[in-house]
Design a protein around this ligand. Structure first.
Ligand code: ASP
Ligand code: MG
Length: 453
């Protein structure tokens, strides 16, 4: 039986008609059965600007953005010589965009819920265009398959956490059975939208910025795909971000465990949560470039052939270190519980933690500090100190907590850089520490040199 492949193409792969045709060629060659696409590059940002402008500025200003978005899509439609049927679909979406902007403008109110519907237009427009590109490419290759546009909201059931909705896995699987069962026959190529979903009550949601990868993984799980392919503009995951370190090399394979630890992937290739559905169902993930599909790309899977001590390194900027201390923690129980309950109540995610007898330090994204109530709530239990402008550096590999001399080698390579906090021991696959923001690039370059080059 032929493999069922779910593919995702990002915004740059949808950039213009040429990009779309190139991406369609990749899908055709690979034999994708279900393709989830992002909005054309920049469109999601433009739609957000549209919503904000409609809410708080003049209608003239709003119209300017409307026509910019419209023109960009009309150009692609013209270049692709869109069929009458697809043209009509695009026109309907333009009308919806116009009406939504008008509604927001009259009400002077762009709620997150309204914003989600507005943003969904990006993926809904690009998927109409890409279906056309896919049809043309299938025809060109004399394929017996046909491309069919599929509204992902029929299957991607989420909760009503607008702007960051959570998919309901069990329901997605049941709905995929019902509406996408024929994907197994491989007679059609389904083209659908990344990033968007729908609540039980029929309201459109989005999964959070950059969420198309996640959509594709959820769909791969839902249809029990054999492979998930993520096509982007870089040829896979690199040993580190090539913009920071030009010596970065592509990684041919990485295990699920290492990849999950690589919280912010080398060149930001993957949305961190993307892998969860694939891990759950043990679906191998391929990450490649639609611009250079001959390049090797990276396989992310459960079992890998090589287990290097250090495979990759990443940095996460804009971190703060929050240290909470109180003598009450001495020999006491339940103290961490109380503190973490505060983080939980504020829905704040903690990345790294270290503790001493009377204090605990946690790293957070600096945006969490905008929430003044969080610090106030923490202050009820402990003395709170905040250090800003930090970067978290993670080294990802294997057997990290069982290798003699590793820490020495790491700190010898960056002996001139002050390390503010270290986290080691919880994982075989990750060693991370904090450094000052302005020393982070140098730290990565030095570490890359001693471990990878
Ligand atoms: N179009 C959405 C965004 O720009 C989702 C995605 O591209 O993954 O965030
Ligand atoms: Mg994107």
């Amino acid at each position: 039986m032929t493999k069922l492949i779910v593919s995702k193409f990002g915004g740059t792969s949808m950039g213009d008609a040429e990009c779309m045709l190139r991406s369609a060629e990749v899908s055709q060659r690979q034999g994708s059965g279900l393709i989830a696409v992002s909005a054309t590059s920049g469109t999601t940002n433009e739609l957000i600007l549209l919503g904000k402008t409609a809410e708080s500025k003049t209608w003239e200003e709003t119209e300017k953005i409307l026509s910019k978005i419209r023109e960009k899509h009309v150009k692609i439609a013209q270049d692709l010589k869109l069929s009458a049927e697809s043209s009509k679909k695009i026109e309907t979406l333009f009308e919806e965009m116009n009406s939504l902007a008008k509604g927001i403008h009259y009400l002077r109110d762009c709620s997150v819920k309204a914003m989600d519907t507005l943003m969904s237009l990006g993926e809904r427009m690009s998927s109409v265009l890409f279906t056309e590109a896919m049809s043309q490419v299938l025809k060109k290759h004399g394929s017996t398959k046909s491309a069919e546009l599929f509204d992902v909201r029929q299957v991607l059931r989420t909760n009503d956490d607008f702007g960051k909705a959570k998919p309901n896995t069990a329901e997605v699987a049941a709905l995929c059975q019902k509406y996408l069962g024929s994907v197994r026959d491989q007679k059609k190529v389904f083209v659908t939208q990344g990033y968007i979903g729908m609540t039980e009550d029929g309201f459109t949601t989005t999964l959070g910025r950059g969420g198309s990868d996640y959509s594709a993984a959820i769909l791969a799980e839902g249809v029990a795909a054999d492979v998930l392919e993520i096509w982007t503009d870089v040829a896979g995951i690199a040993t580190t971000d090539p913009r920071i370190c030009p010596q970065a090399k592509p990684i041919s394979e990485i295990s699920f465990k290492e990849a999950s630890e690589l919280a912010t992937f080398g060149a930001k290739v993957l949305h961190p949560a993307t892998l969860l559905p694939a891990i759950r169902k043990n679906i191998p993930v391929f990450v490649g470039s639609s611009f250079d599909s001959e390049a090797k790309g990276t396989w992310v899977r459960k079992d890998v052939d090589q287990h290097p001590l250090i495979r990759a390194m990443a940095l996460r900027k804009n971190q703060v270190l929050v240290t909470l201390s109180t003598p009450e923690m001495l020999h006491a129980h339940g103290f961490l519980f109380q503190l973490f309950k505060v983080f939980n109540d504020h829905k704040v995610s903690i990345d790294a933690i270290t503790t001493s007898e009377i204090s605990v330090s946690v790293t957070l994204d600096d945006s969490t500090l905008l929430n003044k109530k969080l610090i106030a709530d923490l202050s009820q239990f402990a003395d709170v100190q905040v250090e800003e402008k930090l970067t978290l550096i993670s080294l990802i590999g294997n057997n990290i907590n069982h290798t003699a001399g590793l820490a020495k080698k790491i700190f010898d390579s960056i002996s001139d850089i002050n390390v503010r906090m270290i986290c080691l021991g919880a994982s075989k696959h990750n060693f991370c520490f904090l450094v000052a923001e302005d020393q982070a690039t140098a730290a990565i370059q030095k570490l890359h040199k001693s471990f990878i080059e």
